[in-house]
Design a protein around this ligand. Sequence first.
Ligand SMILES: [Zn+2]
Length: 651
Amino acid sequence: MTTPAEASFDAARDRMERRLAERAAGDGHPAPAVAVLGGTDLLRPEPADAARRRARATVHLTAQTVLIGPWGGDPDGACGTCLAMRWQRLRSRTEREALETGRTSTLAGPGLPPLPDHAVDAVWALHLLTVDAAPTALPQVSRLDLETLRVQTFPLLAEPLCPSCADRDGEDRDGAVGGGAVRDGVPGAEQPVLPLVSRPKPAPDRRRLRAADGYDLPEAALANPVCGVLGAGTWTDVVSPTTAPVAGSVFMRGYAGLTDVTWSGQANSFRASRSLAFLEGLERYAGTHRRSNVPLLTDSYRNLGAAALDPRECGLYSERTYRDDPMLGPFDPDRPIPWVQGWSLRDQKPVLVPARLCYYSAGAAADNFVFECSNGCAIGSCLEEAILYGLLELIERDAFLIGWYGNARLPEIDLTASTGPALRAMLDRAALLGYDVHAFDNRIDLAVPVVTALAVRRDGGPGTLAFAASAGFDPEDTVESAVSEILTYIPHLPGQVHERPAELVAMASDFDLVRRLPDHAALFGLPQMAHHARSYLEPTAPARPAAELYADWAETCPRGTDLLDDLLFCRDRFTDAGYDVIVVDQTSPEQRRLGLHTVSTLVPGLLPIDFGWTRQRALQLPRLRTALRRGGLRATDLAEDELRLVPHPFP
Ligand SMILES: [Zn+2]
């Protein structure tokens, strides 16, 4: 049934088509097809007729602008529906909520008014220009502002979820374990192999094969206000006293409705930050939602048996949480849930992984047994690099949580012994803002260096503590990376407390009120929380230089010239400890074309970071009690009363 609003949009479309056809007849050109944006939810498939019409449209009417394109580029590069989907994702929260969650739209006023003749003339002139334009590398979209007649042109990347282009863009062309595709919905119908190969390193101590600024990223297509893949633009914070931040953001629909997903780079130069920001944005783009229309296998764990990962191995919440949290339900092995294809690096065979554990903003009602975040997701120039960095992130988070909940006494690293100018400069900048920075050797039992950094406000005022962690092969680099992350938080710490003091004070006495990601770090801005961090603030031994603390590592650290060896070294640390290592390739089609790969890595049994005090899988997993003993840091397993049952401060 057509609603009055839809009828009005259809009328506007037909009117525009007619008026363009009149001009086309006069000029002896074919007339363009017209579509209207903003009337219906374009992220959902339209009826076949409307879909065909939209896919070939090159004039798109919106309330404030007319978009002309896609034009130029590869004729199969992107279609009108690709544009419509990317456009809708960049609309305001109100517009998106109305389009995507409203049942019917009600017309306020007379609908889209007819455009004045001069505007139609401008659209026609622009259309003619684009028809005759010289070829461009990427498809383009020109935006005509109806208020000012200003014209701006932006590149458009094809949308992998576009139903009209779906047949054209071959999923998994390279035969990798790809993006969760389970071919024909039958697990094992084709046994895909994760093709890991040797990757020569630029130098034995360099594990990023390409520098962050070494990719030819189509930045204008990734961030622009019409059809940006990652957002409407980027901003630089030129008054930041500690780093040179560049960031962008986009609304993504997740478990709890639309959330503002920010991606950023916070290096010591804006240029470096910009490249890092785009890479982080692309990593999140691939990790939050699956960018493929290939249907997922849906089946129960019990039916799949040995072919699948038992999600319980990755940790669940407490019974109380499943009982009291309306957004969660307990895992039921008999209930069909969606699965993606993964690959076990330990067993060298495919394994099905619950989609819920890999794509951290997407879920079905049936698989609401966990809220995953970006644990183990990483991007790189090849699968091997992405996997290595995903595993390093898992090591970092696991070690941090064991250090925190396990109340470990971590050896302090003497930062004054470091001569690196970058680190010195960062410590000085922190000092200027009134913070002392400490760093700790946070290795537990997995050999690879993990460093936890802690900023302490000298005068004990609000914004008291901030934590960050990092894992890597080079201890000095790892210290630098953890401290660098700390610097990104310092300028905002006092403000985070001043924004909502009463709320944070309430959390300090009732941890159940710690619910969201930002609550964890903000809580430790309260001076009265500092006593919970005593194991970090009152070291029992003097700080020692990193070179001395990590002397044993210097002897075992792999220093070959093949990145694959470093990856296998990490894998073996996990398998020696009794864990499997699973990889899911999340690479989106856009990324593949840019020479980028994104993976989700899983090591079932490791402690994952969770946010919300009642949603801490770490507290339920056996490893929390045993890892310190395994690492030789204590003689016995931890007893329950030895745990630090305080929300972690991981940012
Ligand atoms: Zn398309």
